[in-house]
Design a protein around this ligand. Structure first.
Ligand SMILES: C[S@@+](CC[C@H](N)C(=O)[O-])C[C@H]1O[C@@H](n2cnc3c(N)ncnc32)[C@H](O)[C@@H]1O
Length: 329
């Protein structure tokens, strides 16, 4: 379990930091940043302090000051749990947008106790229901065939697993966050749970899986190709892959947002799926959740693995895809 150090180890610095936190709670961000900077003069080694200073400066509108705090953070965040590199990249510094598994694990370890209430009740998250409905509709359109083995990538607390359980004989969940996995285990719905990075997990698995699902997970994964190629290899011929994406309307395959999530181009993701050997794509536009009261647009995709594994570059796809996104493109 990743633990974020919220004490500097210096009693006076901690007192100043507590005052800064109280000011930030009242949305007095410039003042909070000033007091936090004073705390850091006493405890310059304190990574969590630099992270908070960056946050308060950004909220005060001082992006240059935030970047300077995150640059300090990078030097002190030995475990990578604060995502300093991604924070800098999202603000145009450094350019290294590769995913940060330790940051994701720490984020969700911290989030796990309130994940379901916050996401489902607070932010209107409906992806498990919508992805399950899309999946059931595809399953109903095919000759009856049991789903013997299913893998829930980034299973989190098991919201998706609860919907999958009645549909499958054997259900596996994989996630980076021990906190999330602990919640999932308490539900007693998975036959196997593993703490692992999803691409590494898939690359170590034997082929023959009937269903692979990733609900609200690929927005923490920049380049989709390694995950899709690994999923394609593990799926049995005609096995199904079902996932959601946060999307952006531009031409770039993927962008990193300031809240450190990756948004994909739906069109590019679909072309990629086809090039890797997925067919019969059904892609539906949706709203993933709300953020500061605004809808976050996304895509639900269900695709069938072709008969042979193809590991290549995009080369177009079969003509029988049923994709509104493709048709509109
Ligand atoms: C927003 S939650 C979604 C959880 C669940 N799928 C659901 O729909 O409720 C994203 C989950 O994906 C996990 N995750 C993100 N990137 C991952 C990766 N590369 N490998 C494994 N798990 C990952 C996180 O730890 C987190 O539990």
């Amino acid at each position: 379990m990743h633990r974020i150090q919220y004490s500097s180890g210096d009693i006076v610095a901690d007192r100043r930091a507590a005052y800064a936190v109280a000011l930030a709670a009242k949305r007095a961000f410039p003042e909070a940043a000033e007091v936090m900077a004073q705390a850091l003069e006493l405890a310059p080694w304190w990574a969590a302090g630099w992270d908070l200073l960056g946050q308060y400066r950004k909220q005060a509108g001082d992006v240059a000051g935030a970047i300077s705090a995150w640059t300090e953070l990078l030097a002190h965040d030995n475990e990578g749990v604060f995502g300093a590199r991604l924070k800098l990249a999202a603000h145009g510094v450094g350019g290294d947008r590769s995913p940060a598994p330790d940051y994701v694990a720490a984020l969700f370890d911290d989030y796990a106790p309130r994940f379901e209430t916050s996401l489902v009740e607070g932010l209107g998250y409906r992806m498990p229901d919508e992805l399950a409905a899309a999946l059931i509709s595809v399953l109903a359109s095919r000759p009856a065939r049991p789903v013997r083995r299913a893998i829930d990538l980034g299973c989190g607390t098991g919201l998706m697993g609860e919907r999958l359980r009645p549909l499958v004989d054997w259900l596996e969940g994989v996630d980076l966050s021990v906190g999330m996995l602990t919640k999932a285990k308490q539900k007693g719905i998975y036959d196997r749970l593993e703490r692992a990075e999803l691409v590494a997990f898939l690359e170590a698995e034997t082929a023959g899986c009937d269903l692979i699902v990733a609900a609200d997970v690929f927005n923490y994964v920049g380049d989709l190709a390694p995950a899709l190629i690994a999923a394609r290899r593990v799926l049995a011929p005609s096995g199904l892959l079902a996932f959601t994406l946060e999307t952006h309307p531009g031409e770039e395959p993927v962008v990193l947002t300031e809240n450190l999530r990756f948004q994909h181009s739906g069109r590019h993701a679909i072309e990629l799926c086809r090039s890797i050997g997925f067919h019969d794509l059904v892609a539906t536009e949706t709203v993933i959740r709300t953020e500061r009261g605004k809808p976050v647009g996304g895509l639900i995709v269900v695709a069938r693995a072709g008969l042979a594994v193809i590991e290549g570059t995009p080369d177009g796809g079969p003509a029988n895809d049923n994709s509104p996104v493709n048709q509109a493109a």
